[in-house]
Design a binder for this molecule. Structure first.
Ligand SMILES: [Zn+2]
Length: 298
């Protein structure tokens, strides 16, 4: 290994002490470790739901063990917020141990891009490659095709809702209407520049307008607790922050068009956008959001 090979921190899910955020609702927090998501465990009287797995089989096993400890003998259901590796590539630990439920768009996207993303993430550094070693992509046990899908865990309703292409092709929220708890996946991250996975020509499946619509619809649900894909648990302000950022970047790009090359516009806008959010993490995603908008508005 050369001295300048990047080696990010191991994306280890610490599943030993899930945080209780409502009666029977738990979160395995990301502790702000890169490539670790917030993971949900929701108990009903009859079944329990797990939302996302972390990356790689060992993380999936940790989450499965935590879910088992909380759920006892209740059958488990696993669903994923979207196909990205740090959210769903621990699902193979659940195969045969839980009923795996995806929306169709997500399942199709995983089938189309899953192996390429596995290779891309393994290239991010030895710690990531090690976490992903032996990962097998698994198909759902059950797919749903509608925009909304209601699960009944026994005395607890859970709404799975999708809007089509936004942050990915198949983003799905998980909402508990009675408790007004919302799990957003990467449609909303807290104090984090929204991830625009704009990797032309390999991956261009982003729709910022639809992403804003999804966030507006999430705001209309009036959640009292928002569990973001990454970052600290909070309230609806997390949604507003992401929404306003996406709208603002689009407006700034529209205003800047014609004032230079794409590279010059990126160089001019990125520091301004960074300065508006001095406490947000991962500013490297700003350029991707600008480039996406430049392509959309070309
Ligand atoms: Zn994502």
């Amino acid at each position: 290994m050369s001295d300048n090979t990047p080696n990010p921190p191991a994306p280890t899910v610490e599943a030993n002490a899930p945080r209780r955020i409502a009666d029977g609702v738990f979160v395995i927090e990301d502790r702000r470790v890169p490539l670790v998501p917030n993971i949900g465990i929701v108990l009903g009287n009859e079944k329990a739901l797990v939302i996302d797995t972390g990356m790689g089989r060992r993380n999936g096993e940790r989450v499965l063990a935590a879910a088992r400890a909380l759920a006892g003998s209740r059958p488990l259901i696993l669903t994923l917020t979207h196909f990205h590796p740090e959210h769903g590539y621990g699902a193979d630990a659940f195969k045969g141990n839980a009923e795996i439920v995806y929306n169709r768009a997500q399942a199709d996207e995983l089938a189309d891009k899953g192996e390429a993303y596995l290779g891309m993430f393994k290239g991010m550094g030895p710690s990531i490659a090690e976490a992903l070693a032996g990962t097998e992509l698994v198909a759902a046990d059950r797919l749903y095709a509608d925009a909304e899908h209601l699960l009944d865990l026994g005395g607890r309703k859970v709404l799975l809702k999708s809007w089509g292409k936004a942050h990915t092709r198949g983003d799905q929220i998980v909402y508990l209407p009675d408790e007004r708890v919302l799990f957003t996946g990467d449609l909303a991250e807290e104090k984090t520049f929204p991830i625009f996975p704009w990797f032309p020509p390999n991956d261009m499946d982003i729709d910022a307008g639809n992403w804003v619509k999804a966030l507006d619809d999430c705001l209309a649900l009036q959640p009292s607790t928002v569990v973001p894909g990454h970052g600290d648990i909070g309230g609806a302000a997390i949604l507003t922050g992401v929404r306003d950022y996406i709208v603002d970047v689009a407006a700034k790009v529209a205003a800047a068009r014609g004032e230079g090359s794409d590279e010059q516009i990126v160089a001019a806008l990125a520091p301004r956008i960074r300065a508006q959010h001095p406490d947000w993490h991962f500013p490297e995603w700003i350029d991707f959001a600008i480039r996406y908008q430049l392509a959309q508005q070309a």
